[in-house]
Write a protein that binds this ligand. Sequence first.
Ligand code: SF4
Ligand code: SF4
Length: 261
Amino acid sequence: MIALVSLTVLKAVKLTPKLVARFALLPLRKVRNPCLYCPGICLASCPTFLDSGNMMLSPLGYSRHLELGKEKCAKCWRCVQECPARHQLPETYSREKARLELRVLREGSPLLVAVEGLDESYASSLSSRLGAGLAVVKALDQRYTEGRPLEGSSARAVVKALSGREAYSVSPEAAHALGLRFLPTAFTTLGLKVKYEGVVHIPCLLRSAEPEILNALRAAGAMITGVDRDSCLKAKPRLDALYLCPRAGKLGLKSVYDFLQ
Ligand code: SF4
Ligand code: SF4
């Protein structure tokens, strides 16, 4: 199905002079990272489109119908990684901004950074186990569940407060939004082992970090028999895969944090 859709999309994407001109003029446009309504270079990456085959449930549909996107888009950000214009569609659905705030609950180094309402319990138990510090970022998950844009000054303040510290993000969300190192890539550094054999899902938000993630999991003891890049936790999860997203635990799926030794 995915190969068929990819082939169809690739055939549909013709670099016409008009399209090339649209991309070439991009730096002159006033709107930040707009969708250029190209023939859909991002389509083959979209889990809701791949699952439904419905163009309305794709980046092209969502960018024209923001209310639909707010409800149906998985906010997985895969389309952004494929888009030549880096159009940040999944944070255009709401006018309200996500105003971040960092709360340090326990000082210490390294510092584990959790996202409010997402992974605090995993972060808290790991921080106790490792004797590490613990911090929580408030409101960040609104970007990935409600499609709110980040409020720039608050995001910069959080990044500044964490800069220079040995800080690890427990979730792909905080690694993606704040540029923190993703905790699973530091499991061996922190003395953590993973007891797991099977398929591993690459977090949609961190697809470019796939080699680093897989190497780190193998080094921590995981026996990886397959890699899942196609499913999405928030669209159509794969029941047999290990997810590196703490959200998996809440959904009754396998979270890497439940396989630590
Ligand atoms: S988001 Fe980017 S890749 Fe997708 S249709 Fe718009 S311009 Fe094309
Ligand atoms: S964020 Fe994910 S689900 Fe939403 S349009 Fe982009 S690829 Fe599709």
